[in-house]
Design a protein. Structure first.
Length: 172
């Protein structure tokens, strides 16, 4: 006698398995994207492109859209759809670029994974309204300065103040 599950039960099991596999695939893709980002940064560093100019500070701000300066500050670091990465010197933005956050929809530890990506892009200061516990630990471990900013304001409206606080060491 052969043991067999009812077709409805087998179908539910297979559908759950499919969901789980899709989640794993998504996580693997996120890890691959992070590794690709790190490879890209190392290539730029080797070629001399990634090094900030003397006196320049690279700041990351979680934001809601692909326009680095016009987007609004997103309330939570790890779940932000984008990050504005700003190279600032003397309070003036020299370069600005928005990068998509591949970890925004991660089931967990989105903050630390996002911080790893930002570090690979030369970020030394992060301006955000809220940072989770794991992300805070990652920032402390990496020696990255954290500056508090209000959510919902345009990135360009906080850059000067943030750059001054990052350079001076103030955090509040």
């Amino acid at each position: 006698m052969m043991w067999r599950i009812e077709p409805e039960r087998e179908l539910r099991w297979l559908e759950r398995l499919k969901l789980l596999l899709n989640l794993w695939i998504k996580q693997v893709r996120e890890e691959i994207e992070l590794v690709n980002s790190m490879i890209e940064n190392l290539r730029r560093e080797i070629s001399g492109e990634a090094k900030p100019a003397y006196g320049e500070i690279v700041i990351a701000v979680p934001c809601d859209g692909p326009d680095a300066l016009e987007s609004r500050v997103y309330p939570v670091l790890g779940r932000a759809p984008y990050f504005a990465i700003l190279a600032v010197e003397g309070g003036e933005v020299k370069r600005a670029k928005a990068v998509k956050n591949p970890f925004a929809d991660s089931p967990g530890r989105a903050g630390p994974m996002a911080i790893e990506m930002l570090l690979s892009r030369g970020v030394r200061c992060i301006a955000a309204p809220h940072v989770g516990t794991h992300a805070m630990e990652a920032l402390a471990q990496a020696g990255v300065r954290l500056v508090s900013v209000p959510p919902g304001v345009r990135v360009k409206d906080v850059v000067g103040d943030v750059a001054g606080r990052c350079a001076s060491g103030a955090t509040g």
